[in-house]
Design a binder for this molecule. Structure first.
Ligand SMILES: [Zn+2]
Length: 691
């Protein structure tokens, strides 16, 4: 219900204030009927600009760039083939919140496109391509090589020759070939592998074949749909430019343009077909450097195009008030029946205000800002203080607990690189002097967590629990450091833990199996840089110590902000489904992301669950109320900036976080076991109920 509510509210937020679409004016200024030029297009899927200009991988592209115009092409906010191609051939790139979902649903009606323009003047187009071109409708002929027991790579390999046959036949005025192997290989191996270089060398040889086949007077347009990062990943919200190389009779040779919005491709393609569009290109001046287009008066740029004005419709505000009411109702339902605790105390209010401060810092300073190290310091201070009221014996132990928590918090703070020009907020540890203490600290933290679960104390008779904890720490470290980085290894670890979980139903061994399961699943799905994994152990240890000595809303806030930052905020690419590329072929994920949504959603709150399993606690109603507040601040933020006229790409980061936090809330509600168990209150541990 929570997830459906969040999704519905975003859909309504989309609906009440759609960004004004680019006035894709279909009026032709001029149609040159004498022009008999044909257009040959090679579309290299996921053509990263850096790879395109690397002459060791793509020597033909480097050579041909002296015969034509080339340069960087900006991709669309969604960062996937279908919306990027829609933008390239239609000239418009509206961004909306729920486009991520809509992208995978194809429309039967033809949209405005260069293909439709061509058919309007009686020219024929053919694409040797697959699904991404369904969206352009029947004005575009589509053909694919016969399967003949070939896999996707085998079929893709046959496409260029088929496209050249169609071009040479003279039947078509526009022939397009989609080369997708580049994208799939990039996902599989990342940019530093020889397999990657081979895939793009193959693309380069296709460019060579196409340029040899090009008849005088015809156009060759080579471009990509989006780029990718070092790991070959691309997704909504990561802008990685692609590349374009254009050769033709009236294209100025040797021009390197700075960058073009991908929507300008329609103007270039239409020009090659002999059509001048009335709609001014987004960057007409830049186009005019290599193409004989008339320079129109100043045209709105992409950002201005996508952002509207403040909503003046009363109905929009009514929707917003209804949304707020529904949100407050959700918090009330989640916390209903709790008469033991007042929900609005000064410290809860302080935590809620800090949540807002964090969102502002993420919006204004750096998207990776997190409260959790600072909240951890507060939890440490509370733990330190709490000893005083409890007599001598408690005082010492609480002082030690508090000091350890504060030390971990300070360590986290020193890892921040707050300068504005840093690409990442988190400093990368360099060299063994940095890395060895970090990994030792992380491993010690993990051992301490596992030892505390076994209940082992010095002076006990049996050393078995200590030995078990040490062995499990070693085994988990193997997974953590990706000693054997194969899905089968992680899945085996998950299965063994699950089996142990079923065999032993209660007690410390049960909890140990639960924690092993959580860690294995986390290491399998999270794909953080290795140096960030020790943070996970230190965070869980600090929370564990916190539950011993200090509870309350500050500990709740630590768990919420820490689990969210470590799993959803600090992913290097933000690609939460990156782990799927190790399990399934890239083309399956690329085209059918919808199938994997359950797996993606299930992995998001894993660290939250692991924290509760390791500390042997369950979320309280107050915890759930705070978590809903944390998610709600982002979803309400989406509405506020939407009503203010922001575009989809401007509000997407908040919307994405709000949706992901909704899965956290679902996991917390499930863990709290609402409806199945009557809550009991424990004054010693106000955050939780002991299991
Ligand atoms: Zn891809």
């Amino acid at each position: 219900m929570l997830l459906a509510g969040a999704g519905a509210s975003l859909l309504v937020a989309d609906g009440i204030n759609p960004p004004p679409t680019h006035a894709a004016n279909t009026d032709f200024v001029r149609v040159d009927t004498t022009r008999k030029s044909r257009v040959l297009i090679l579309l290299i899927d996921s053509w990263r600009h850096e790879t395109a200009v690397d002459s060791t991988i793509m020597p033909t592209v480097a050579r041909l760039s002296r015969e034509g115009a080339s340069g960087k092409i900006e991709t669309v906010f969604e960062g996937f083939s279908i919306p990027a191609l829609r933008a390239a051939f239609s000239g418009s790139a509206p961004t909306q919140l729920m486009n991520l979902v809509r992208n995978f649903r194809f429309r039967a009606l033809p949209i405005e496109s260069s293909f439709l323009d061509a058919s309007r003047i009686g020219k024929r187009s053919i694409a040797i391509a697959d699904e991404p071109f369904t969206q352009f409708g029947s004005v575009l002929e589509r053909r694919s090589p016969a399967e003949q027991g070939l896999d996707m790579y085998g079929i893709d390999r046959l496409r260029p020759a088929m496209a050249l046959d169609a071009y040479r036949s003279g039947t078509y005025d526009l022939v397009l070939c989609h080369f997708e192997t580049a994208d799939w290989r990039a996902h599989e191996v990342g940019v530093n592998s020889p397999v990657y270089a081979a895939a793009f060398a193959r693309a380069d040889s296709i460019v060579a074949d196409f340029s040899r086949a090009l008849r005088p007077g015809d156009y060759l347009l080579v471009f990509g749909d989006h780029g990718h990062n070092e790991r070959g990943e691309h997704k909504t919200g990561i802008y990685i430019p692609t590349h374009g190389l254009f050769i033709g009779p009236d294209i100025k040779a040797g021009v390197v343009f700075p960058s073009l919005p991908i929507g300008d491709m329609r103007v270039i393609i239409d020009h090659a077909l002999g059509i001048e569009l009335r709609a001014p290109a987004l960057e007409t001046e830049r186009l005019a450097r290599f193409l004989p287009v008339e320079t129109a008066a100043a045209t709105p740029n992409d950002d201005a195009m996508n952002s509207g004005t403040t909503s003046r419709r009363p109905l929009d505000y009514l929707f917003f008030v209804l949304f707020l009411a529904a949100f407050v109702a959700a918090i009330r339902v989640a916390t209903a029946g709790d008469h033991h605790e007042r929900l609005l105390t000064p410290s809860i209010a302080a935590v809620a205000i800090l949540f807002v401060v964090e969102v502002l810092a993420q919006q204004l300073l750096h998207p990776a800002w997190s409260l959790f190290p600072f909240v951890m310091a507060v939890v440490g201070a509370i733990a330190f203080q709490s000893g005083r009221s409890r007599g001598e014996l408690h005082a010492t132990s609480h002082h030690v607990l508090g000091a350890v928590i504060v030390t971990i918090a300070l360590y986290f703070v020193t890892r921040f690189a707050p300068s504005a020009d840093a690409t990442s907020l988190i400093r990368t540890p360099v060299g063994t002097a940095n890395l060895i203490p970090l990994y030792i600290a992380g491993s010690c933290a993990k051992l301490a967590i596992l030892v505390s679960i076994t209940g082992w104390r010095t002076g006990r008779q049996s050393w078995l629990p200590l030995l078990a904890a040490a062995l499990l720490t070693t085994a988990l470290a193997m997974l953590e450091f990706r000693v054997w980085d194969y899905p089968a290894v992680y899945i085996t670890a998950i299965l063994i833990s699950a089996l142990a979980l079923v065999k032993v139903r209660t007690g410390p061994w049960h909890q140990l199996a639960l924690v092993a399961l959580g860690y294995s699943a986390l290491y399998f799905t999270l794909r953080l840089p290795l140096y960030e994994y020790p943070w996970v152990d230190l965070f869980i240890l600090a929370t564990l110590l916190g539950t011993r000595a200090a509870g309350g809303p500050w500990l709740d806030a630590l768990v919420i902000t820490g689990a969210f930052a470590l799993t959803s905020l600090w992913l290097p690419s933000g690609l939460e489904w990156g782990f799927l590329y190790g399990l399934f072929p890239a083309y399956v994920i690329e085209l059918q992301v919808g199938w994997f949504v359950p797996a993606i959603l299930l992995k998001l709150p894993l660290l939250l669950l692991l924290t509760f399993w390791a500390t042997n606690t369950r979320p309280s109603r107050r915890f759930i109320a705070l978590l809903l507040t944390y998610a709600g601040i982002r979803l309400i933020g989406v509405w506020l900036v939407r009503l203010g006229g922001a575009s989809g790409s401007q509000v997407w980061p908040l919307a994405e976080q709000g949706l992901y936090l909704t899965t956290f809330a679902i996991a917390a509600v499930w863990l709290a076991g609402f409806g199945s168990q009557s809550p009991t209150t424990n004054d010693q541990l106000p955050i939780t109920q002991s299991q």
